[in-house]
Design a protein around this ligand. Structure first.
Ligand code: SF4
Length: 453
């Protein structure tokens, strides 16, 4: 006979809304994992949930608005809402006050990276269930990305004080996770079927500085908590490992040979933001004194297949036409593969807002358009150089019509795709997470097209 008490008792259910960048996504995964570990159900809708957690973003005005709207929607649909994430810590108490003034009935507000605080608030308003049958959760936790790739957050916070950025005031100084813990998480993700790890943090190249590169243990071996050692250890896993948010410090040169050996992906996401030394000084950018063109040349000599992605800001306060031309020359010479360009937009609370000589909106935009136009030609010619080549790609999605995949040069969400027709023979049809070899036969400045070989 069925046990009536067990079948009638529904586990308490928490709805979850996750906004913001990959780092916020990792926070969401941690909270979701903890909820699962403690036996809560995670609900896909507001209505089915006993309580909602909203993970917010507070970086730019539109993200703040999106976060406030999401809180309002959850309050309206459900009424029991806990708010976490960057908006809750924006400009000291300001973000929290903004949330509580608009939504005075929210149950709690925390900043980012606050799994424990969020769980405490959940426990107060929705006591945790005690049921051994639902206390099971996979080793690798709960992931919000597709099964075959995962973000690996190696640290939180940042020691720099770039004048356009308020992340350190929201997330605090750099706190690195010991390397043993990071590698254990990476191994468990691999065991769960992950084929690609995306290493994220605010400043990946500074990994371990706060711990003075302390030695930790990886499978019983002493290993330093440091960027190069991290790349070497991850390189032993035999899956794709992609490095994001790396600054051009001299020690970064030492991981490029690992890329040439195929240990980690030949890909560097390296946000230069500008090229002119005076602008970089006004921005207070890390590693701004490095001779980046020479560095790029040397990286390409060591690893000819390296893909370089970067972001730039046009119209930073005080940027003169000459300084902007310096940037155009840099872009022309650097021949980067992928570039994101943003017209400077003042962020509430950023030091740069007080700098002299703000650039008029139309000039910022016009410079952005000029830079994009130049980069599109470069990106196109870099993609054209891939025509006729066979490359390994990782399948992200499939349907009857075709396959959407990514090459080693493409990070999910931010770079291009490789589009491939689906073979008719069912035995040759790949699934998401499969690696296949593709002959590239067409391209534009973002994407590639090819067929399975
Ligand atoms: S390096 Fe600069 S832009 Fe990046 S998080 Fe730190 S302060 Fe912000």
């Amino acid at each position: 006979m069925q046990d009536e008490t067990f079948s009638a008792k529904r586990p308490p259910s928490v709805g979850f809304v996750s906004l913001g960048c990959p780092k916020a996504l990792v926070d969401s995964e941690r909270i979701l994992t903890q909820l699962k570990v403690e036996g809560y159900n995670v609900s896909a809708s507001y209505e089915g949930a006993d309580l909602i957690v909203v993970n917010t973003c507070g970086f730019i005005d539109s993200a703040v608005q999106e976060s406030l709207d999401a809180i309002g929607e959850a309050m309206h649909a459900n009424g029991k809402v806990i708010v976490t994430g960057c908006l809750g810590a924006k400009n000291g108490n300001e973000g929290k006050e903004l949330i509580t003034s608009l939504h005075p009935k929210v149950l709690a507000v925390t900043g980012p990276h606050a799994t424990e605080e969020v769980m405490q608030a959940v426990h107060i308003h929705l006591p945790k269930p005690h049921d051994p049958f639902i206390d099971l959760v996979p080793d690798h936790g709960v992931k919000l990305t597709p099964k075959h790739y995962a973000y690996l957050k190696i640290s939180e916070g940042c020691n720099h004080r770039c004048t356009f950025c308020i992340i350190p005031s929201m997330r605090g100084d750099l706190v690195s996770r010991p390397i043993g813990e990071v590698i254990r998480e990476a191994e468990s993700l691999k065991k769960s079927g992950v084929k690609e790890l995306l290493v994220v943090s605010q400043d990946t190249s500074a990994y371990g500085v706060d711990l003075k590169y302390r030695t930790d243990f990886v499978n019983g071996r002493p290993v330093k908590t440091q960027f190069q050692q991290l790349a070497e250890e991850l390189g032993e896993l035999g899956i794709w490992v992609r490095m994001h948010y790396v600054y051009p410090y001299p020690h970064v040169d030492r991981v490029v040979p690992l890329m040439a050996e195929g240990k980690i992906l030949p890909y560097l996401d390296i946000p230069f933001q500008h090229s002119h030394p005076d602008v970089l000084k006004r921005m207070k950018r890390p590693a701004s004194g490095e001779r980046n063109i020479e560095r790029i040349r040397a990286w390409r000599e060591t690893c000819p297949d390296i893909t370089l992605r970067s972001t730039f800001i046009t119209g930073f306060p005080g940027e003169t036409e000459d300084e902007f031309k310096h940037l155009l020359d840099f872009i022309e010479e650097a021949q980067l593969d992928r570039v994101g360009v943003f017209a400077y937009s003042p962020v509430d609370g950023a030091v740069a807002n007080a700098l002299d000589n703000p650039v008029p909106e139309e000039v910022k935009e016009e410079r952005r358009a000029r830079l994009m136009e130049l980069q599109e030609k470069i990106s196109l010619s870099r993609n054209e150089a891939k025509l006729g080549k066979v490359m390994q790609v990782l399948v992200d999605e499939t349907d009857e019509e075709g396959i959407v995949a990514r090459s080693k040069a493409d990070a999910p969400e931010i770079d291009g795709n490789v589009f491939i027709p689906m073979p008719e023979n069912p035995t040759q049809q790949p699934k998401p997470g499969d690696f296949i070899n593709v002959l590239i036969d067409d391209c534009d400045e973002h994407d590639l097209w090819g067929r399975i070989v």
